[in-house]
Ligand binder design. Sequence first.
Ligand code: T4K
Length: 367
Amino acid sequence: MDRPVYVTRPFLPPLEEVLPYLEAIWDSHQLTNAGPFHRKFEASMAEYLGVDHLSLFTNGTLALVTALQALGIHGEVITTPYSFVATTHALNWNRIKPVFVDIDPVTLNLDAGKIEAAITPETTAVLATHIYGHPCEVDEIQRIADMYGLKVIYDAAHAFGVEDAGGSILRHGDMSIQSYHATKVFTTFEGGAIISPDARTKRRIDYLENFGFADEVTVVDCGINGKMSEFQAALGLAQLPHLESLLAQRAAAENRYRTLLAGIKGLRLHPPNKAAKHNHAYFPVFVEQDFVFDRDGLYSRLRERNIYARRYFYPLITHFPMYRNLPSAQPERLPVAEEVSRQVLCLPIYPDLPEEVPEEIAAMCRT
Ligand code: T4K
């Protein structure tokens, strides 16, 4: 490729659509602290996603750290080794012990069938990621949580706009978090949100993200500064009108890959997302033993052609020094995650992905 092709490329709304927002900010001098764009974007985003109680955050990681605080999670939390490291770091920041459980070989989400065996008297919650936007086994996870009195938190950083038959995937569990980072389907440069189940919980989240202030003189808890700025909110408002067409372009890119890469020996495609509405956020492929190269060989050959695929998620979180000595992090306890992590390569996918990219990758894989 003439120009580098990265795993993703954020959509930016035309600058002339953003400028009026900037002019209004320059006019009002309201830069942050729940200003008019923040309020409008929060309401618009909740409406778009089909949820009632959404609190904007400055990024997804702080949203997750705060969600765990708000729910009073402590002790041990059952979680997945196959996610972005922020999922587990958010537990660590709350001095919570992660207990890793293997993933399902098909969905690559936390294997609900293995949760019960990992529960101890210290377990207070399950933290699962809807990986690549594929919904977790939400009903089974809730059944187990109800039986053992556990909370459920979903890291929905990849699941922007994903819906199951009943509506937004974000309505499940006790809380879900989102990320609007530059690399995500929907971006405010940095950004995130917590989706709460009711207005009371949202109010508490709104206190917690603003140092715990309930009003000018009342601090109700040890909160943090997790607020989204007016600039980020303005970017969000400018992006929203473009979303549906961006999702359609992503779907077309995924279809192109599926057609061109079908039937290549040793190159396994992730099954299409079964969700009622999907966001085509990632396009992972899995390099098996009978492929012409190994996974890193394919990764390097693509780089030589200026195509920068990424190994999301390799290494596993359980390989990082702050987690690898935990008993639940031992490779023999996580055989599926270990194997998938060695095989995975996420190919570039974004709305204006040049058509030659899937063609070039397919041609290379077929040589
Ligand atoms: N939970 C999950 C499951 C997550 O995936 C994430 C974030 C979080 C929680 C935490 O949410 P945030 O706190 O981030 O809101 C990236 C992102 O930094 C990270 O946000 C994301 N997950 C993760 C999956 O990927 P890197 O280290 O791969 O990013 P980077 O800078 O290498 O970017 C990848 C490619 O994207 C670049 O090669 C080019 C393109 N890119 C990137 C940026 C930052 C752009 O074109 N423009 C840009 O501004 O981690």
